[in-house]
Design a binder for this molecule. Structure first.
Ligand SMILES: NC(=O)c1ccc[n+]([C@@H]2O[C@H](COP(=O)([O-])OP(=O)(O)OC[C@H]3O[C@@H](n4cnc5c(N)ncnc54)[C@H](OP(=O)(O)O)[C@@H]3O)[C@@H](O)[C@H]2O)c1
Length: 355
């Protein structure tokens, strides 16, 4: 580890089933292959309220939530040469770990080197904080689960094979969906999205057609998707960034009619929901810190960061929640009430009263 003197104590937000509390914690020096980041902006994801409010009986997890951080490198662990103190970075930390050092809702967070990526000079911290988890979920789902050749590497012939093919991205205006739409377009796919009040936003990200689901029956939505796909070949690829019973039933029917295909689901697949012959439904995860995906994820984050900096790849639209870390309980409650549309909730650590 670098020899700089680290701060000893810091404040952060502890999550347990009774709610959120603001507490003091130790600052943990980074271990080998780890980066300690002084957070400037951190962001929320829907799972941040689900773990302690919905899935607690199953996961029995409590701790410092959050996994999206952007800020300055404070110190690096043994073996880390890519970064030094003061570098501007964003990172996906590690989810649901027993040690609080990995949480985002605190002043200093630890992240693995592989999921820490440099930020260009034009990339604002609040924009960068929207990237890590949702972007990882998008590129793992698209390129690993659906096995589309990644646009950054690989055989040109393989990449050409998918060009123009249709993909359905359900939830095209969500945080994950917004990144999936852009990656799918970079891979040359024909994108049919489904969105509601933020449908225009999904169009602005490059979706070729956006079906507005509001006020429509599943049959009407399905018919509009079928019409949108006409002339672009059979629909064999689906990325479901919503993953409810009703979205899945629509997708299974569409893939069944097309004679099969792959469905990437962002939530666990319910065993009782049968899939037609020829259809493969897979629960994708942001497995960027899993051994088998570490190298790939490291490459993707580092390839996309310059595209964000040049404006070619758009970070999620940001909604700053006032009060810095003190705003976290309000933010996660908004996610719990499903009040967030086409935006990412971001907290500026420097806005926290008393810090
Ligand atoms: N597996 C993993 O590793 C992983 C990782 C990240 C997220 N997730 C899960 O993925 C889901 C999405 O996460 P997120 O961060 O992207 O959420 P988010 O941005 O907070 O989702 C809100 C968006 O969902 C859209 N939406 C809601 N119902 C819809 C429907 N029936 N059809 C189309 N769009 C709909 C809304 O679109 P409109 O406002 O336009 O209607 C809104 O923009 C969550 O369940 C989350 O827990 C899983």
């Amino acid at each position: 580890m670098s020899t700089t003197t680290l701060p000893q104590k810091q404040k952060g937000v502890w999550f347990d089933p009774s709610g959120c509390s603001f507490r003091e914690f130790d600052v943990t020096p980074p271990g080998p292959g780890e980066v300690l980041i002084k957070n400037v902006a951190v962001a929320s994801n829907p799972k941040d309220w689900k773990y302690t409010r919905v899935w607690y009986d199953l996961v029995k997890w409590e701790g410092i939530e959050g996994n999206d951080v952007a800020g300055y490198v404070e110190a690096v662990g043994e073996g880390v040469t890519e970064f030094k103190k003061g570098d501007r970075v964003a990172a996906f930390t590690k989810m649901t770990q027993p040690h609080p050092k990995w949480g985002a809702y605190q002043q200093y967070s630890t992240a693995p080197l592989s999921t820490t990526f440099p930020l260009g000079a034009r990339t604002a911290f609040e924009d960068a904080a929207t990237l890590p988890l949702a972007l990882g979920t998008a590129f793992i789902g698209l390129y690993r689960t659906l096995a589309i050749p990644p646009f950054i590497t690989g055989d040109t012939k393989e990449k050409d094979k998918v060009k123009g093919k249709p993909i359905l991205i359900y939830g095209a205006s969500s945080s994950v969906g917004a990144y999936t739409v852009q990656l799918a377009k970079l891979s040359g796919l024909y994108v049919v999205g489904v969105a509601g009040s933020s449908a225009e936003y999904a169009r602005s990200l490059g979706a070729d057609v956006v079906v507005d689901y509001r006020g429509k029956t599943p049959e009407q939505i399905s018919a509009e998707i079928t019409k949108a796909v006409e002339g672009h070949g059979a629909l064999h690829l689906v990325y479901d960034a919503v993953s409810t019973q009703s979205t899945r039933l629509i997708e299974l029917e569409l893939l069944g009619k097309a004679g099969g295909g792959k469905l990437c689901s962002v939530l666990p697949w319910p065993e009782e929901l049968k899939v037609p012959v020829g259809v493969e439904a897979v629960w994708t995860k942001c497995s960027a810190t899993y051994e088998e995906d570490t190298e790939f994820a490291a490459k993707m984050y580092r390839a996309l960061s310059p595209l964000v900096d040049s404006g070619l790849f758009k970070p999620n639209r940001v909604r700053i929640i006032p009060g810095g870390l003190a705003g976290v309980p309000k933010g996660v409650e908004m996610l719990g009430r499903e009040e967030v549309s086409g935006e990412k909730l971001v907290y500026l650590v420097g806005d926290t009263p008393g810090l």
